[in-house]
Design a protein around this ligand. Structure first.
Ligand SMILES: [Zn+2]
Ligand SMILES: [Zn+2]
Ligand SMILES: [Zn+2]
Ligand SMILES: [Zn+2]
Ligand SMILES: [Zn+2]
Ligand SMILES: [Zn+2]
Ligand SMILES: [Zn+2]
Ligand SMILES: [Zn+2]
Length: 379
């Protein structure tokens, strides 16, 4: 039993010795560097116990051993690249950012260029394209935005001047000069004042201006001579038309108007021809107011002789009435004509004026019929 205990004691002493050595080693290691020990344990490398392998410091890592990770010194500063349109300020080494990208400074698209960034020249989309405005009379087709033109102006489409409108462009309405004005033709009886060019009218037709119908002419327009109806025809009373005074009498009817019932002549000592006449009113209804009887005196061969007082070759004597219907006047006497060569006489004209205003004239072909003879020879 003694021997057995002795062996056990030796064994226990050996174990204790080993354990003590181990504890000693561990204790040493821990006291050298707990951290290094950890790394060594991680990497499984024990070389760093003798020398580290260093990696240079960066902006994110200090100088350090690539094996055990032991660090030294400080981090390096970041290497900042300034912000751009699309990228924020950042470290060119580690990529750390600071703030946001600036964003593009867009310049709007033009007719021919797309939208672009004034800073980085980046583009986006398509050019806007021209906004074409069609050609006008005076301007060519052009872009309302950039004024680019294409082709030429269309030119005016002129319409000639009319009475009321000046020469003008039918497209844009621009005018040149003035209206030509109407070419008026005066109004007539049936048409108003009318323009011979455009037919415009003004006012009204004048209407006819009729002259009343007479015995011999129908009612007639004084202006256009248009006739309406028929002439009235004469209305003879005692051989005289009551309307127009026209006389219609035959030689044989003359005594029914006037009769020279007596006539005689006497030449006085100085060649004066004393003329005596007596009249009978042949009318049954009318009273005579005046009788103007024109007389010519002739010589023995039938030539008319002149009044020595005034050179006249006829003389008109006036009988003053009244001389009622069927009445005979007293003898009348005149002494106004002087020419001693008197031998015969004739009656070129007799004018009978009645109280009613009517008048009956007997010309040379009829006047003599108031006497029995056309020509009276004296003595
Ligand atoms: Zn190391
Ligand atoms: Zn960095
Ligand atoms: Zn940009
Ligand atoms: Zn344009
Ligand atoms: Zn025009
Ligand atoms: Zn006109
Ligand atoms: Zn008329
Ligand atoms: Zn008449």
């Amino acid at each position: 039993m003694e021997k057995k205990n002795k062996g056990l004691i030796i064994t226990l002493l050996c174990v204790a010795g080993v354990l003590a050595a181990c504890f000693l080693f561990v204790g040493f290691s821990v006291s050298w560097s707990g951290e290094n020990l950890n790394r060594i344990m991680k990497t499984g490398s024990v070389r760093c116990l003798f020398s580290h392998e260093w990696a240079d410091a960066t902006c994110t890592e200090k100088r350090h051993c690539i094996h055990c990770g032991r660090e030294e010194g400080e981090l390096l500063a970041h290497e900042w690249a300034e912000a751009t349109c699309t990228e924020a300020r950042h470290c060119s080494v580690c990529g750390l950012t600071d703030g946001d990208p600036l964003g593009h400074k867009w310049v709007e698209a033009t007719c021919t260029e797309p939208q672009y960034c004034s800073v980085c020249k980046a583009t986006e989309g398509d050019p806007a394209g021209h906004k074409w405005i069609e050609a006008t009379c005076t301007e060519p087709k052009h872009c309302s935005v950039c004024s680019l033109t294409e082709g030429s102006a269309a030119g005016h489409n002129w319409a000639e001047a009319t009475c009321t409108e000046p020469k003008h462009c039918t497209v844009c309405g621009i005018t040149e000069g003035s209206a030509s004005g109407h070419n008026w033709k005066k109004a007539t009886c049936t048409e108003p004042k009318t323009c011979t060019v455009c037919g415009a009218t003004e006012g009204k037709a004048n209407g006819h201006r009729y002259a009343a119908a007479t015995c011999t002419s129908a009612k007639r327009c004084k202006d256009c001579l248009k006739i309406e109806g028929k002439p009235l025809g004469h209305n003879f009373v005692d051989y005289v038309c009551t309307r127009c005074g026209k006389v219609s009498i035959t030689a044989s009817q003359v005594p029914q108007v006037l009769k020279l019932t007596n006539y005689r002549f006497r030449i006085n000592s100085v060649g004066g021809i004393e003329t005596y006449m007596t009249f009978k009113n042949g009318s049954a209804t009318k009273t005579i107011k005046y009788i103007n009887i024109t007389v010519q005196y002739k010589n023995s061969v039938g030539d008319v002789i002149a009044n020595e007082i005034n050179g006249e070759k006829s003389i008109t004597y006036q009988y003053v009435g009244p001389l009622g219907p069927g009445q005979t006047s007293k003898e009348y006497y005149w002494l106004h004509f002087y020419n001693s060569s008197f031998s015969r006489w004739s009656i070129p004209e007799v004018e009978i004026i009645y109280m009613d205003g009517s008048k009956l004239t007997l010309d040379e072909s009829l006047a003599a019929y108031i006497c029995e003879n056309v020509e009276i020879i004296y003595p």
